[in-house]
Design a protein around this ligand. Structure first.
Ligand SMILES: NC(=O)c1ccc[n+]([C@@H]2O[C@H](COP(=O)([O-])OP(=O)(O)OC[C@H]3O[C@@H](n4cnc5c(N)ncnc54)[C@H](O)[C@@H]3O)[C@@H](O)[C@H]2O)c1
Length: 384
């Protein structure tokens, strides 16, 4: 057995938990961690061993000869700098989505990937999720004909906790939740329809979060903590305690964008952060049928019965149900599969399901959606 790959993590807190799949895989070992919060580094050492290397400056980690690959789990506005530096230092890189928060930074990351000749994979775990891959199989086997439309509704009941207690609630931290959250869905739409959207128009607003609380108010010091309007009632870790109703909150908590491709496929995406339930509802319509995802994560495929027209009285359709079955691991079993794919890429040169261009395009569409929302809802051309 060859030597195990040594992976260093930049940002070791919440999302970095997926690194344990690399350790469990047997082909890699998590040997170093960097974070600016000492408490998180202590937990990292407890999990991966007291002899692991830790530091608070990512440059010390990427300059080590005994690190083969760097996995980046830092906030979105701190993706580009460590990703480019790690590629330039000759490391392969796993970078969480969204690739970066501007198209310009994404371009720089893609350029560094090309110049360095190193491997870069973006954390688009949903491409490894059976729910979406079942839809993709149905599309590819021609059951619903030629794809013309995709509609996505995204209900999020943990929005306050996940997106408004920290940097994600500010444009300077995330640009828009159309990147932070919707980059997954824009990417899955591209994956399913096989094309990129090149025009986008949107509307959005702050309906529940944001307000007039001081920017330095944190939940641990707030007399209203637990009784305020943030029904998500979760705040874990020192970096997730900022008040959801602080003045500086300036990203939309509900938004809707319309998109189209150059071949005329239309798409819509709607996102709401104060819904009582959480799920992604997809409807994909082709020339012969429609796929609809259900709240129990099954999929129903409706197909028009042959020799009937919409005008005839007897018009009817067939229904077929696809169960996804039991999955193990985060995001419907996608996280372990995505982590395995990173090692397959590094060790056996098997490319991941999303390319860096896919990641750039998901950001580019989200950025233009946000621009449209914030500038009179004017349709925008997506340019990279
Ligand atoms: N693919 C997915 O499904 C998925 C799910 C959750 C999060 N994510 C992505 O993972 C990333 C991290 O998300 P999270 O929820 O863990 O965020 P987080 O803010 O909870 O954690 C980020 C970590 O980075 C550390 N950090 C911040 N600045 C740093 C710096 N300069 N150097 C080193 N460490 C630094 C923080 O202290 C923290 O430990 C985000 O980009 C997010 O979009 C992806």
């Amino acid at each position: 057995m060859q030597n195990k790959l040594k992976i260093g993590l930049v940002g070791v807190a919440h999302r970095a938990h997926i690194a344990r799949h690399w350790q469990e895989d047997g082909r890699a070992v998590v040997s170093a961690g960097c974070d600016i919060v000492p408490e998180y580094l202590n937990k990292f050492k407890e999990e991966y061993g007291q002899d692991t290397f830790t530091c608070d400056d990512y440059r010390k980690l990427i300059s080590r000869d005994d690190i083969d690959a760097v996995a980046i789990f830092t906030p979105d506005n701190f993706h580009a700098e460590p990703a480019i530096a790690a590629l330039e230092a000759g490391k392969d890189v796993f970078l969480e989505k969204p690739m970066a928060i501007t198209v310009e930074d994404c371009r720089k990351i893609v350029a560094a990937e090309k110049m360095s000749g190193r491997k870069l994979m973006i954390g688009f775990n949903l491409r490894y999720n059976d729910y979406f891959n079942t839809m993709k199989r149905v599309i590819e086997d021609g059951t619903i004909g030629e794809i013309k439309t995709i509609w996505i509704r995204h209900f999020i009941n943990y929005g306050g906790w996940a997106y408004f207690h920290d940097y994600r609630a500010n444009q300077k931290g995330s640009t828009s939740l159309l990147l932070q959250k919707a980059s997954h869905d824009i990417d899955i739409a591209h994956y399913l329809i096989g094309e990129y959207f090149d025009r986008v128009a949107g509307m959005g607003t702050l309906s529940v979060y944001g307000g007039d609380k001081p920017n330095d108010l944190t939940c641990d010091k707030c007399p209203e903590s637990g009784s305020c309007g943030d029904f998500s009632e979760r705040s874990d870790g020192p970096n997730k305690r900022m008040c959801c109703f602080r003045k500086e909150v300036d990203v939309e908590d509900q938004s809707a964008i319309l998109m189209s491709t150059k071949n005329g496929i239309m798409g819509t995406y709607q996102q709401c952060h104060f819904s009582p339930d959480s799920w992604r509802n997809y409807a994909i319509i082709g020339t012969r049928g429609r796929i609809e995802s259900n709240p129990d994560e099954s999929i129903t495929v409706y197909t028009q019965k042959k020799n009937q027209t919409r005008k005839s009285a007897g018009f009817s359709y067939s229904q077929a149900r696809f169960e996804i079955g039991e999955t193990r691991g985060g995001h419907g079993g996608a996280d372990p599969q995505m982590c395995e794919s990173f090692l397959d890429y590094l060790i056996d040169d098997i490319p991941p399901r999303a390319t860096s261009l896919d990641a750039l395009m998901a950001v580019a569409v989200g950025v233009k959606g946000a621009e449209s929302i914030r500038n009179g809802n004017i349709p925008q051309v997506v340019e990279i």
